[in-house]
Design a protein around this ligand. Structure first.
Ligand code: AKB
Length: 327
């Protein structure tokens, strides 16, 4: 496939945890006017989203005509499709998760195919794995038998994206994100959300009641690495990719107890209690550590942050926001 330039970019789910910081990073890289941000319902938590380039609310990816209208209006040739219902929300609303994650994805792929777009980013998740998958150093090619609706849609989504690559020559790329930790926009509806909530509660109240057991180890990543990995994969040479929409991606893994111990190095008075809820079963079905050697070999993936560096940076950033009365 000959390399073509990405000129006009659309970010769906731009008000979400990853979408919001990704939009800002893409605008810095490619110019504000060239990155159109759309969201379904929520107002952006990052003011720059409105200030630094085009932003539209009420763009629901399940409504193909609305999606087509925005794509035509801005002559979009590249999409970062970040809109999704995550694992915990998906268990509460499985029909909604199917509709947004499958029908929304299908609309994006079909609009891109019909308009011969340059490239698409359609993220997957560690939720594609299930209890039958090896839990340590989970291989790139392995058993994909998820037990959540979110996981079901992510497995089907990976297959659908890879199908579009092979059948139609559409350049679709994606990674299996671990839990993402960030200081700008809080996550919503995920099983790994505790690893963000804990920082807000530690700073504001010195206490947190965790909805996972203290020994539940899960793969995680800090947002700067998530953004870098996403953009690096999209800028990689197509010819060097043997995989497309399903790259394993890892940075570090930890349990709630390990995260608490790291936070306590900075805030010795911080206390965490544990009251596992329905999200525990989801966490128990996911791997503990991930083998991301395919991403490293095919497009040079390498994370910069480990657990201590992430914790220090999160506490500094959120501590500042707290002093300024912003959280
Ligand atoms: C979730 O917890 O559902 C997400 C994910 C791992 O994809 N953060």
């Amino acid at each position: 496939m000959a390399a073509r330039e990405m000129n006009k970019i659309l970010v769906t789910g731009a008000c979400g945890q990853i979408g919001s910081e990704l939009t800002v990073a893409l605008r810095k890289r490619y110019g504000g006017e060239n990155v159109v941000a759309v969201g379904r319902m929520t107002e952006p938590t990052i003011p720059e989203l409105r200030e630094t380039g085009p932003f539209h609310m009420f763009v629901d990816v399940t409504e193909r005509s609305v999606l087509e209208m925005v794509v035509k209006k801005y002559n979009i040739d590249t999409i970062y499709h970040m809109a999704a219902i995550l694992s915990a929300a998906g268990e509460q609303h499985p029909q909604l998760a199917w509709n947004v994650n499958m029908n929304g994805l299908y609309n994006v792929l079909e609009v891109a195919r019909e308009r011969d777009m340059v490239r698409l980013f359609c993220p997957s998740s560690i939720a594609v794995f299930g209890p039958e998958t090896p839990q340590h150093d989970t291989p790139q090619e392995t058993v994909l038998l998820p037990k959540t609706m979110y996981g079901v849609t992510k497995v089907a989504g990976e297959l659908l994206c890879n199908y579009h690559v092979q059948r139609f020559g559409l350049d679709v790329r994606g990674v299996r994100y671990p839990g993402i930790i960030s200081s700008e926009t809080p996550p919503g509806g995920g099983t790994t959300d505790y690893a963000v909530e804990i920082f807000y509660e530690a700073i504001k109240h010195q206490r947190y009641d965790c909805f996972l057991r203290e020994d539940s180890v899960l793969p995680m990543m800090y947002m700067p690495d998530c953004i870098k990995g996403t953009i690096d994969l999209m800028e990689a040479d197509f010819a060097s990719l043997q995989h497309h929409a399903d790259f394993n991606l890892a940075a570090f893994s930890f349990s709630p107890a390990e995260l608490v111990a790291e936070i306590q190095k900075h805030l010795p008075g911080f206390v965490c209690t544990y009251a596992p809820d329905f999200r525990q079963a989801i966490a128990d079905s996911w791997p503990k550590t991930i083998d991301d050697s395919a991403a490293r070999a095919e497009w040079g993936w390498e994370p910069a942050y480990d657990l201590p560096a992430m914790v220090a940076d999160m506490l500094e950033k959120l501590g500042k926001k707290y002093e300024e009365g912003k959280i």
